[in-house]
Design a protein. Structure first.
Length: 254
């Protein structure tokens, strides 16, 4: 909630409910925020719905690299994670067939509940055969990979001709070096993504946030309930993240 505004600010008022993405110093009960970085969120949004970092990440991943068409087959690694859950829902909204992977059976249940057409465990390193099996050997049109070292080499092999592999994280470590010749022969592409590159312009950030907020308001984009920790218990929150057992957002409550 906005407590005070600086001289000349006309786009916000005291009491406005806002979110932000890329301002340091947010482990605090109050922050000073540049007005251009403030994203106005609906008053009725739950706390987790107002935490837009992952939703805006999903938005740029789905809008900047390749148009997702109905019938496209898309692979989403770490599909039970924060961004992964949103990608699955957004892709189904766009009419794609979704193959979601996760590292445990409990997380695969989450992937299925989101509407994924197939749910595959990637922890054993054998997901490639399963992907090729469910696509009748063709592979996928688009692959989103935030895992990195444990998956990316096989992710490239899972691409259909003219497919795209997009890596935007390295949860398991740095992805291996890429051989160019297989890309040439198959007409496939590789791209890297970072949210901060796509929100450097405040107007662009507002546009992306508006698209995510619209999906939440329309009801087809749902964010998992948040897990709350007291700000004084921040070490426990970080331990929970590092354990890789959490789902949805973690929130520090001052």
């Amino acid at each position: 909630m906005v407590r005070a505004i600086g001289a000349g600010v006309t786009t916000l008022k005291v009491g406005s409910r806002v979110a932000w993405i890329n301002c340091l110093g947010s482990y605090a009960s109050q922050v000073v925020l540049p007005v251009a970085q403030a994203i106005v969120v609906p008053e009725h949004f739950r706390v987790e719905e107002a935490l837009l970092f992952q939703a805006v990440t999903a938005q740029y991943l789905l809008s900047e690299y390749r148009t997702v068409n109905p019938g496209d087959v898309v692979l989403v690694h770490a599909a039970a994670g924060g961004v992964g859950q949103l990608l699955v829902q957004w892709l189904k909204h766009l009419g794609a067939a979704v193959i979601g992977t996760a590292s445990s059976e409990a997380k695969l249940d989450v992937v299925r509940s989101l509407g994924a057409d197939h749910a595959i465990n990637y922890a054993d390193g054998e997901f490639l055969d399963a992907v090729l099996d469910v696509t009748n050997g063709r592979g996928v049109d688009i692959a989103f990979d935030a895992v990195g070292a444990a998956t990316f080499a096989s992710t490239l092999k899972a691409l259909a001709p003219r497919g795209l592999a997009l890596i935007y994280g390295q949860a398991s470590g740095s992805a291996p070096a890429i051989e160019v010749l297989p890309l040439i022969l198959n007409g496939t592409r590789v791209a890297g993504g970072s949210l901060f590159v796509y929100i450097q312009d405040p107007a662009e950030m507002q546009h992306r946030a508006a698209a995510a907020i619209r999906g939440i308001q329309e009801g087809w984009l749902k964010l998992a309930p948040a897990t709350c920790f007291a700000l004084d218990d921040v070490a426990a929150a970080h331990a929970a993240i590092e354990s890789r057992t959490t789902q949805g957002k973690l929130v520090l409550v001052p």
